[in-house]
Design a protein around this ligand. Structure first.
Ligand SMILES: CC(C)(COP(=O)(O)OP(=O)(O)OC[C@H]1O[C@@H](n2cnc3c(N)ncnc32)[C@H](O)[C@@H]1OP(=O)(O)O)[C@@H](O)C(=O)NCCC(=O)NCCS
Length: 124
């Protein structure tokens, strides 16, 4: 989409940061079983190669640490068209919140297995 492109007609880096934040939020909701989650930190972005209009972009997120109220993750954006790494983000932190917006413990300690994910999918 033109709105996603910079002056060189490649993907705007800020758009990718927003997509990674969004994808991390979706991943965190699945891991922590709540939608009441806020981003508190996104850092250490490295842009490795560009993506052109029409390229297919894949974003991968993985938990790196389960805290008491927080979940730390890392993320990568890959160009499925050129087969190159577009960007990596070594640390994203999201925190679980109560109805008043205060941090609360999430009670999770490890990444859900594929089997656990499928059980959740079937119960929806
Ligand atoms: C989320 C919020 C309620 C947290 O409140 P707080 O009292 O400042 O919380 P803390 O500083 O104790 O941090 C909470 C957790 O995040 C972790 N954390 C915060 N900043 C971190 C950082 N830079 N790196 C790693 N972990 C971090 C803390 O270690 C703590 O983890 P733990 O409970 O698992 O040990 C508050 O920061 C807030 O409302 N921020 C704005 C959120 C927001 O609007 N985001 C943008 C839109 S989603």
């Amino acid at each position: 989409m033109p709105a996603d492109l910079n002056g060189r007609n490649t993907l705007f880096g800020g758009r990718l940061v927003a997509w990674i934040d969004e994808e991390s939020y979706i991943y965190a909701t699945c891991q922590l079983d709540t939608r009441d989650i806020a981003t508190v930190y996104i850092g250490d972005f490295q842009f490795h190669s560009p993506a052109a209009s029409g390229d297919i972009v894949e974003i991968g997120v993985e938990a790196t640490r389960f805290g008491t109220t927080s979940l730390e993750m890392k993320a990568e954006a890959r160009n499925k068209t050129t087969k190159k790494l577009i960007c990596s983000c070594s640390k994203i932190v999201m925190v679980t919140l109560d109805a008043a917006g205060n941090k609360i413990p999430h009670g999770k300690t490890r990444i859900k297995s594929d089997a656990e994910e499928q059980m959740v999918d079937r119960s929806v």
